[in-house]
Write a protein that binds this ligand. Structure first.
Ligand SMILES: [Zn+2]
Length: 319
């Protein structure tokens, strides 16, 4: 049997965790303007001003007012070594108070939930996006490495910031309609399409992916997926099960040889190049999924059952 050895690469350290923390509270009136707001904690903007500037510059290409988002997005920049407990407390208090204005930690469950979540995340390396139901703002945590860290391409964290912004965009239909279908998007689509969109916009906005363009990344991931067995970090994986997209319906795949972001990128590429779908139509599935659920949204879009789509994709991978 052919065995191929791969190593885990640092592609993504990303997750999105829009938790359902209760129904929308109609007593909260959001007053903040729809825009990107940037918050620096510790001395990150002095330590790492090139990365921070690159992120602000790339996000300036996005006109939030033309989207359906009704609240601001708070980008939180901090060092990947994590904030101290007292800095994390100050940061979490500042952002949670904007997300749930008029609340305080003891009286409001939702405020407490986002406060606790941020307080814990900001003390370690976290790259996440969240648009809690009923909140007056999204939050994106961007842990930045030391400025001399080598990266795949220039303004790599600009690409990461686009990916995280796309998670806010994905969550917007549910945020606007909290009684919608909670299973409105598959994890492989959430991650894969966010990455595909981020890579596409990154180049559209005039930046270079160097050797990490979509076609190169897809072919690298596809070559892993088509193997019988791969060995990564000394562990052997039978790949047949990891080619099944349904494995990643609700699973990020942090402990898998293939991450949901990777297989999702390949599935998005497959829909565009083989099924002749447009990226702008694929991303409309979040909204459709919010009303009819993710399975019906996808099946109506592709004109085939989910099972058949999964099988066709596996055949294409092995081709
Ligand atoms: Zn993500």
């Amino acid at each position: 049997m052919k065995k191929i050895i791969f190593f885990f690469l640092f592609f993504y350290s990303c997750s999105s965790d829009s938790e359902d923390i209760g129904v929308s509270d109609s007593s909260i009136k959001c007053k903040d303007e729809v825009k990107f707001e940037f918050h620096n904690f510790s001395n990150i903007e002095i330590e790492n001003n090139v990365m921070v500037r690159g992120i602000k510059e790339i996000l300036s290409n996005i006109d939030l007012k033309s989207t359906k988002l009704k609240v601001p997005i708070h980008y939180i920049f901090y060092p990947s070594s994590g904030l101290s407990a007292s800095q994390a407390n100050a940061a979490a208090t500042k952002i949670a108070s904007r997300q749930f204005p008029g609340s305080d930690s003891s009286s409001n469950e939702k405020y407490k939930f986002v406060y606790d979540d941020l307080y814990s995340k900001l003390q370690k390396e976290a790259i996440t996006a969240d648009l809690p139901l009923g909140s007056c703002g999204g939050s994106v945590t961007i842990a930045l490495p030391p400025k001399d860290q080598s990266l795949d391409f220039d303004n790599y964290y600009g690409k990461v910031s686009l990916h995280e912004y796309h998670h806010i965009f994905q969550n917007t239909p549910l945020h606007n309609n909290p009684s919608g279908n909670k299973k409105y998007v598959y994890t492989w689509m959430k991650e894969g399409t966010a990455e595909y969109w981020a890579l596409t916009k990154f180049t559209e906005f005039g930046y270079s992916l160097s050797t990490k363009d979509i076609v190169s990344q897809v072919s690298e991931i596809k070559s892993k997926l088509k193997e019988d067995t791969i060995i990564m970090d000394g562990k052997s994986y039978k790949m047949a099960q990891y080619r099944k997209m349904s494995l990643y319906d609700d699973e990020f795949g942090d402990s898998f040889p293939i991450h949901s972001t990777e297989i999702g990128l390949v599935i998005t590429h497959y829909m565009i190049t083989v099924k002749n779908k447009k990226l702008e139509d694929i991303i409309k599935l979040y909204e459709t999924g919010t009303s009819v659920g993710r399975e019906k949204a996808l099946e109506d879009f592709l004109g085939i059952s989910y099972n058949n789509f999964e099988t066709e994709f596996e055949v294409w991978i092995k081709d």
